[in-house]
Design a protein around this ligand. Structure first.
Ligand SMILES: [Zn+2]
Length: 381
């Protein structure tokens, strides 16, 4: 068994209605002026209005930045940082899916350390603590509320780059399953598959350890059990709890063990074609799993298969796992391939080159060359 050391750098609060605790949790940290970073749709929702009202009732001054787009850009990070300075905030509340969290983390870095966001591109470039950040996920999901990564799109380079540093892990995560009950089905499905991919990639990663494995296994169990029910009926509270907790556990797993080729390849699909992250992952997962399978212990492949298929006792072969992934994505009405997503095959060489720049390639269980990446993109077409 691998040696490891373990620490969690944040406080996690879970429970139906727990978003109402936000004012208390901010006050506990001495924060009475905050910037709320969210998306335009969320900003108009009743649940958001209630959270803002609770801040007001408690005398916490807030300003809202809701101009966050999917695959958020450097320009959006700059505008949000200006909004943070303009309102004199001491802390940030990130309310939303992955995009508002990415922006909030990037603002937290710039507000604390200055410069431009590309100064912090890569691993370990953030020199110290960022502005206190409270993350409230409204999808299940990205796991961004517990991870050390922020992803920003540089349109000039058609490149989604990552800022990876333990310093950007939100100080506080609030997991309130009531906030995910009104998700559109397509978002619930894509975000749920993203969480499953986090659990799988961290589970088979070369950097996996007994702690991340435990988190990934529990995540797979919860996500596999609940994803179909949650996609079918987002008001199912039991399924919502399972999905939200599963996605957070998967986030904790990959914050330690990193990801793999699926994420390395999904980022250029977002950068070049603005394809939603979860959808890109779902389309790539079966081809990457097939490629990786010879280098993954069979007991892990079997465990993933049992969690996703619900087949607890039948005989196992790798082909059954690949088929189970394809069946799950079809049941969730996720596009089958990159052709359906109008990906231009002429850009495969550039995308393969960008995928190789991801640190996740280094922990993918099977080493891959740029030509392997291009071939995987072709297979996903
Ligand atoms: Zn992801």
């Amino acid at each position: 068994m691998k040696d490891f050391s373990f620490s969690l750098m944040q406080n996690i609060t879970f429970g139906a209605g727990s978003a109402a605790r936000l004012p208390d949790l901010l006050a506990d940290r001495g924060l009475d002026k905050v910037l709320v970073v969210t998306g335009p749709t969320l900003a108009r929702m009743e649940s958001t209005r209630r959270i803002l009202q609770a801040l007001e009732d408690r005398g916490i001054v807030y300003s809202v930045f809701s101009d966050v787009e999917p695959n958020p850009s450097i320009e959006t990070v700059n505008k949000a940082t200006d909004a943070f300075s303009a309102c004199g905030a001491q802390g940030i509340v990130a309310l939303g899916g992955g995009s508002p969290m990415d922006v909030a983390k990037a603002v937290g870095v710039l507000a604390a350390h200055g410069g431009v966001i590309t100064d912090y591109e890569g691993a370990g470039k953030v020199p110290g603590r960022i502005v206190p950040l409270v993350a409230i996920p409204t999808t299940a999901g990205t796991g961004s509320e517990v991870t050390a990564a922020a992803v920003v799109t540089d349109h000039a380079r058609h490149f989604k780059f990552s800022i990876i540093s333990p310093e950007i892990i939100p100080a506080q995560a609030i997991l309130d399953p009531e906030l995910i009950l009104s998700l559109p089905r397509s978002v619930a499905a894509a975000a749920g598959v993203d969480a499953i991919v986090h659990a799988i990639e961290s589970y088979v990663s070369l950097a996996a350890d007994p702690f991340s494995d435990t988190m990934a296994e529990k995540a797979l169990e919860l996500l596999g059990k609940h994803i179909r029910a949650f996609a079918a009926d987002r008001s199912d509270m039991d399924a919502a709890c399972g999905m939200l907790l599963g996605s957070t556990f998967a986030g904790i797993a990959f914050a330690r063990a990193k990801l793999g080729n699926v994420h390395a390849m999904a980022h250029p699909l977002g950068g070049y074609f603005n394809i939603a992250h979860g959808v890109a992952n779902a389309v790539l997962l079966p081809v990457v799993m097939e490629f990786n399978a010879p280098c993954v212990p069979e007991c892990k492949l079997e465990r993933i298969y049992r969690a996703l298929s619900g087949d607890l006792h039948g005989p196992f072969q790798t082909e059954k796992l690949i088929a189970a992934i394809r069946t799950l994505c079809a049941e969730l009405d996720i596009p089958k391939n990159l052709t359906e997503l109008r990906v231009d095959p002429a850009l495969i060489p550039s995308m393969a080159e960008d995928a190789m720049k991801s640190g996740n390639v280094l922990v993918n269980p099977r080493p891959a060359t740029r030509e392997d990446m291009a071939e995987l993109f072709r297979q996903a077409m």
